[in-house]
Ligand binder design. Structure first.
Ligand code: ZN
Length: 172
């Protein structure tokens, strides 16, 4: 499925009125903060947002943000493609308005002049979702792949099941 670009700005209160959704991708070149933090690079970030007014009349923004960050494993220092997923749960208020009661898992976003800039919001959610020490699930697999790819694989270096058997027999 081909996707368009995420709008640079939205008018969140109007979108909440209309119970609307906004989807699209943010391209790498738009991501100033992620570049600044040098946590890695990404080809694009996929964003799905819904806007609605909840039973208490508050303007809500929810949805998902997904990307793959090309970064480095903190454990083995090999390249790591890290899947990053964020669940968005925001409450939009006009800048300067008094803070509404909100549950702890809901973040408040201030909207100035009815307009909300989406890219900084998306970048912030991605930065928060990146683990502090990104690492492969299994670094051994990666090290083995690299060895096999860069030079002649050395099958004789693999454990020989007969050696194990021999060792067990010696124990008797
Ligand atoms: Zn690793």
């Amino acid at each position: 499925m081909s996707r368009g670009s995420l709008p640079i700005y939205v008018e969140p209160f109007r979108l909440c009125d209309a119970n609307a959704s906004v989807s699209g991708s943010v391209a790498e070149k738009q991501l100033e903060r992620i570049r600044e933090f040098s946590v890695g690079t990404t080809d694009r970030i996929d964003v799905n947002l819904k806007f609605w007014r909840d039973e208490e009349g508050r303007n809500r923004i929810g949805g998902t943000i997904d990307t793959v960050m090309h970064t480095t494993c903190e454990r083995c220092l090999a390249p790591l493609d890290l899947k990053v997923h964020a669940d968005v749960s925001l409450l939009a208020i006009a800048a300067g308005a008094s803070l509404p009661n909100a549950a702890d898992d809901v973040n408040i976003v201030e909207v100035e002049d009815e307009r909300l800039s989406l890219v900084p919001l998306v970048e912030e959610e991605v930065l928060l979702a990146i683990p502090q020490f990104p690492a492969h699930e299994s670094c051994d697999m990666v090290a083995y792949d690299r060895e096999a790819g860069s030079s002649q694989a050395k099958p004789e270096a693999k454990a020989n099941p007969f050696d194990v058997l021999a060792a067990l027999k010696r124990k008797d």
